[in-house]
Design a binder for this molecule. Structure first.
Ligand code: SAM
Ligand code: SF4
Ligand code: SF4
Length: 337
């Protein structure tokens, strides 16, 4: 088994298939202008599939497609079909903003995708528009229900809670998910990238989120589905569904982090808060063999010592405090969530 210095195996691969996005979420990529990757820099489906195959050989069992907005990449279903056919049959998931899901759901299902996460931070159309700057809630909900209609399972809703923005909607979102049978995952607002001007005051903690929910809907802790899962899950005591909370800021889970990321331009990134990645695309395009690529990836993973969220928590608790601008990070839109 390929492990890093803290004995963490490589198990989950997140592939950003494009850095482009039709939204400009205030907490992720609020900038209208951004230096987008040139088309020639973006990995082809064949290149992505080749790297995915090598990662599966090294122990990856789960692949999540993300972005930018992954459904903005033309013919994504063709990539899904290729990944679904990989030897070792990794579990495939997609994280999307849902805006193009209504038109894509049937093709994604036919290509072999079963699991989808849709990001929804508000059920109020006006507020949804303010958060995403360009999003239309009605279209996203159409996409969510189209996924349900086509039999995707599970369908999870990802919700980032930001103080003073949507923290008054936690219960509405829970009720919505319970009513329609979606699993909702609340995410603590993180200081990913550099463009969102994160401050710790804007972050609503897991404990606050749980207190609000359990006052109305009593919960029973289930724990993490897998030791390395970011979400801690809870069942409603009345048996009507479950929720999860991803508490990367207040309860970091670096100790069990088995995630590796591949950017749309083929850089291997070992942490969500990394400031750089390792350029696998150039190696590939210069003719590296599978053995050479496996060697490089293995060497990088063996040397991995990332534990950014644990370090951030220690800094937040220290007298000096934590300044997110101290450390330049790759933007989430380039990296994938
Ligand atoms: N565009 C797709 C979407 O929005 O689902 C996929 C990419 S997006 C970067 C992946 C996930 O990251 C989304 O669920 C989004 O809410 C989450 N995310 C983005 N910025 C975040 C932040 N600052 N803190 C916590 N989660 C964030
Ligand atoms: Fe929003 Fe996802 Fe686009 Fe980021 S990548 S701006 S979270 S839709
Ligand atoms: Fe993994 Fe880095 Fe997040 Fe820690 S901060 S859980 S090492 S991605």
């Amino acid at each position: 088994m390929l492990c890093d210095i803290y004995h963490r195996p490589v198990q989950d691969l997140r592939i950003s298939v494009t850095d482009r996005c039709n939204f400009r979420c205030t907490y992720c990529m609020p900038l209208d202008e951004y230096e987008w990757l040139a088309k020639s820099e973006i990995l082809s489906f064949e290149e992505i599939t080749r790297l995915a195959r090598l990662f599966v050989m090294l122990g990856v069992g789960k692949i999540r497609l993300t972005g930018g907005e992954p459904l903005a990449r033309r013919d994504l279903e063709k990539l899904i079909a290729k990944l679904a056919a990989l030897e070792g049959a990794p579990e495939l998931c997609l994280t999307t903003n849902g805006s193009l899901l209504a038109e894509k759901a049937a093709a994604l299902k036919a290509a072999g995708l079963r699991r989808i996460n849709v990001s929804i931070d508000s059920l109020k159309p006006e507020r949804f528009r303010q958060i995403t700057k360009r999003g239309d809630l009605a279209k996203v909900l159409d996409g969510l229900f189209a996924a349900k209609h086509h039999g995707f399972h599970p369908i999870k809703i990802n919700t980032v809670i930001e103080r003073g923005v949507n923290d008054d909607e936690i219960l509405d979102l829970v009720e919505f998910s319970r009513t329609y049978g979606f699993a909702i995952r609340f995410i603590e607002y993180m200081d990913v990238g550099n463009a969102n001007h994160w401050t710790s005051e804007k972050m609503v903690s897991k404990q606050e989120i749980l207190a609000i929910i359990s006052a109305k809907f009593p919960l029973r802790e289930v724990g993490r589905v897998k030791g390395s899962a970011p979400s801690v899950d809870y069942q409603f005591v009345d048996g009507r569904g479950d929720i999860g909370v991803i508490a990367s800021v207040t309860e970091p889970f670096c100790t069990t982090c088995t995630r590796v990321r591949l950017t749309a331009d083929g850089r291997l990134v070992t942490c969500l808060f990394s400031s750089h990645g390792y350029d696998l695309k150039t190696l590939m395009r210069n003719g590296a063999s599978d053995t050479e690529l496996l060697d490089v990836i293995s060497r990088i993973w063996r040397g991995r010592r990332d534990r950014y969220s644990e370090e951030r928590l220690a800094a937040l608790r220290s007298p000096r405090g934590y300044d997110p601008q101290d450390h330049k990070k790759i933007e989430m839109i380039s990296l994938g969530g």
